[in-house]
Design a protein. Structure first.
Length: 477
């Protein structure tokens, strides 16, 4: 699978382990999620035999797999090990259909099939059949977003959906063999192949060697434009090679790209005076709010679905007409369902007056979710929604600074507009790490001292987000 993305990646993974970066917390969380989903998926096929998952002893695992295959009383095999043509695989689940005929089930923690999943299943099918296993069908099992968790034990037949990839996997068999031959030939070389960086560095996943391959390279100038990477083919088709040669009236430019190009060339920030009119219309006291959330793959609370976004924390900076600023905050401290205490504490602080400033539609969407989950507070939430002003939308429409570097995220806008305020002094600096920390805070097994430290870090991060909103608002107003 690494070789399908990039031969250079495969070569480095094979021969340059010392260059591989340590797994970060976010990547580890994805691995842990996949492991948890896989373990639960095995329960969908009870009574099976699990092959030892020690990948350093593949031959031992193969022998145990052969014994399980030969035992007609074994209904399923988990993590079955096979080798064919020097390619090793571990099949998530082999389900015995009858006698020596099996179904192959590949489990993913996603909510639907992707192109790389077809390749994954195709490689496994090639190895299994090459090793003499009779496979009737090859399935992808994934989480089903339509499943609403009622509480209690999961209904595994509804939590998981199965997609039949047999035809797609069989249709790729010739290409699988050709790709494997090409990878094997490449791996005979002592040096990694000379492959230029490009879109493949991040598709379908960011390569472990991304920083190594990009180190010392000049920044792609098109990345200084909003969604600039998508311009490359259109510019090439028009015979435009250099960033400085892009005409302002090029028909492929969006309004935001054209404005960014003008700003970069002039060196002066674009700020449409109309933004002052937009912000002058606020009603005091003005609330600047930000939410932090979790997205559990396996639903934790009744009425939720896989990967539903659950609000757990909020921060509110309140700007009064005389310039006074107050701050309120909330972080759920229990181990149960955070939704009701979250929204009730927020509604109490927001009251009935004042504009509510957010950055993007994220908070409004979460409030709509809460209204659907908790109908008894839906009317109160409905009265809050019209008070919301999206500062992100206002900036996209009226402001651009070349220091945005093509992005309108708050992490890009803040240092450009308010250089004195940033996130560098915080232990948690982005929403992804905040979500992981929230899950750890809510986990019953987390030690009290660790929970207290994470709470301090989370409160500081969320507070910084709403402080940033205030500072950007004051500057633009």
């Amino acid at each position: 699978m690494s070789g399908l993305q990039c031969h250079k990646r495969l070569h480095l993974e094979s021969y340059a382990h010392d260059l591989m970066p340590a797994i970060d917390r976010f990547t580890q969380s994805l691995l842990d999620t996949g492991a948890a989903v896989g373990a639960l998926a095995r329960s969908r096929f009870p009574g099976g035999v699990r092959i030892d998952d020690d990948h350093l002893h593949h031959e031992v695992a193969e022998e145990r797999t052969r014994l399980a295959l030969a035992d007609p009383t074994v209904p399923a095999i988990y993590e079955a090990a096979f080798t064919w043509d020097d390619v090793r695989v571990r099949a998530d689940v082999l389900v015995r259909v009858s006698g020596e005929v099996f179904d192959l089930v590949e489990v993913k923690s996603t909510t639907g099939p992707k192109l790389e999943h077809e390749w994954d299943v195709a490689v496994q099918l090639a190895v299994l059949e090459g090793a003499g296993v009779r496979v009737r069908c090859a399935f992808l099992m994934h989480l089903d977003r339509s499943y609403v968790y009622p509480g209690g034990d999961y209904d595994l037949r509804r939590l998981f959906a199965c997609v039949d990839l047999t035809e797609a996997a069989r249709g790729r068999q010739r290409e699988v063999r050709g790709r494997l031959d090409a990878m094997r030939a490449m791996l005979w070389s002592d040096e990694p192949p000379a492959i230029e960086v490009g879109a493949h560095c991040e598709r379908p996943h960011t390569c472990l060697f991304f920083d190594r391959c990009h180190d010392g390279l000049p920044l792609d100038p098109l990345l200084r434009l909003p969604k600039g990477r998508g311009l490359r083919e259109r510019l090439a088709a028009a015979g435009i090679d250099g960033f400085d040669d892009i005409p302002l009236d090029f028909p492929g430019l969006s309004l935001h790209q054209r404005r960014a190009l003008e700003t970069i060339r002039s060196g002066e920030r674009f700020c449409d005076p109309a933004i002052r009119e937009v912000l002058a219309g606020v009603v005091f006291p003005v609330h600047f709010i930000d939410f932090e959330t979790i997205m559990p793959a396996l639903p934790l609370h009744p009425g939720t679905r896989p990967y539903d976004t659950i609000p757990v924390q909020w921060s509110d900076h309140v700007l009064h007409e005389d310039g006074r600023i107050a701050h309120c905050e909330y972080l759920y401290d229990g181990h149960g369902d955070p939704r009701r205490p979250f929204v009730e504490s927020l509604l109490a602080v927001l009251g009935n007056e004042g504009t509510i400033v957010v950055y993007s539609s994220y908070e409004a969407t979460r409030l709509a979710d809460l209204a659907a989950w908790l109908p008894d507070v839906a009317d109160e939430i409905a009265r809050v929604q019209p008070r919301i002003l999206d500062l992100h939308a206002a900036i996209r429409l009226h402001v651009y600074d070349q220091a945005f570097n093509g992005s309108f995220s708050l992490k890009s806008v803040l240092p450009a507009l308010v250089p004195s305020l940033g996130y560098g002094d915080l232990a948690i600096r982005d929403g992804g790490l905040a979500s992981l920390a929230l899950l750890e805070v809510m986990a019953p097994k987390t030690h009290a001292e660790r929970r207290a430290e994470l709470r301090r870090q989370l409160l500081a991060y969320c507070k910084r987000d709403t402080e940033a909103l205030v500072r950007v608002f004051q500057l633009l107003r």
